[in-house]
Design a protein around this ligand. Sequence first.
Ligand code: SF4
Length: 246
Amino acid sequence: MRRSAKHNGSLALQKREVRHTCGCERVLVFWGKMHRQMGARWVLIGSTLLPFMKPQFPQLLESVRQCRLCEKSLPLGPRPVLQVDPRAKILIAGQAPGRRVHETGVPFDDPSGDRLREWMGITKETFYDPTKIAILPMGFCYPGTGKSGDLPPRPECAEAWRQQLLDCLQQLALTLVIGQYAHKWHLPKTHKNLTETVRAWQDYAPSVIPLPHPSPRNNIWLKKNPWFSESLLPTLMKSTQEALIA
Ligand code: SF4
């Protein structure tokens, strides 16, 4: 069964594709409205309300990998880059792949990733083990570049996929929330800017830690905010080790 969302929210139109039960290649396609009622999710088909069946994790992941929802807005076309497994203990909620990551298809396979691994105190082997670390940027595909760096993650992406994938991650002990777009989505409350939100990291700890982007572009920010290396990074390393053995 495959489905895709046209809009987010309790009345999102959902496209569902159901294979014919006799095993032939026929596929039934219909659109229904999602409803949430007493914690359950329902689909309204015509005048009939049916329980919404969640796709299994492998089907969901395959649907994400095949996604072309915002392809008209992507200068290099869709190439979702994510790492996810229901057994993951740590979630890295980032921004969106840059051009280099789009080419390799490997998340954080760049100087930002080297710095993030250093901050966490872990090897590449641990970082790229999906049973330990899930990596879900706010937009899974490279959004293009503007005058002052990469464009924001495509908003369609989080609307269509984020909550469904997060629902599959039931073993998480730690979430690292990187950059302003992830801060806005993941944190119950943000402060007046990214610096103040990260400075208030103890409001979210121990299970959630807001971070700036580890990009070399942020070297000046890191120099201006020495408290980040002095007080937040030691906690980040400790929390990472504890989450991995949780
Ligand atoms: S950015 Fe997200 S919504 Fe857009 S094509 Fe890629 S996976 Fe689909």
